[in-house]
Ligand binder design. Sequence first.
Ligand code: ZN
Length: 263
Amino acid sequence: MPRRYVTDAIVLSRFDLGEADRVLTLITPEHGKLKAIAKGVRRPTSRLGGSLEPFAELNVALARGRTFDVVTEVRVGHAWLGLRDDLESAATAWYIGELADRSLEERHEAHALYALLRRAFELLDAGMAPGRVARWYEMHLADELGQRPEVDRCVECDRMLEASEAFRWVPPLGGVVCGRCPGPPADRTSLSLDALKLLKAYQRLDIEALAALRLPEGTEREVEGAMRDFMRIALERDPRSLAFLDEVRSHPAHARAPGPAGA
Ligand SMILES: [Zn+2]
């Protein structure tokens, strides 16, 4: 890699360092995830100033450093301001960004994941229902990670699932277990036919078709729970930003926090 390089980047998270610096975790297409330092960025006179915000596509010039690469110039490509106007969209963007962060190793190319994240932010910015964007993103992220949930065949016996049987959702096994196979008790893992159909839709339908679906609230909730469980297993932990997202959704009129603690 050259001493100085320029790349598209999205800020995934950041923390303050020293008196005026900030360390950023960036996702870039070619260099994947990397940490960079923006020196003096918290001073009012900083040239880099407010442009290094999360949920924007930036064009960043970086110089190779010993511990962190150093941000030398920033240009905002897409600010996606509409995404910030709605608190649930912003909270969903934190969640989506955190999933990307946890999925990536540093300094491995991430073209597909970058494109996926970028598209999710565009959709949030365009006003698509945040829950739909999040489910679409989770499903495609799992695919990119080589962990596409199995929703067509039983993960135990490989038989095609039939609409008339009882299904169980078992993320540690990678998807749906049929009614005939032994498995965990159905009281905790049962999955309705409508939820199964919606999971399939998230794998198969394009974004316009997904945005247009009319669904009962209960089915959306069921699929949300199913995909949360799946992502927790895939990433081996609960995303920190989920608590913030749940808080925003339970008190939409009161939440004022700018992001999850420490982000
Ligand atoms: Zn089976």
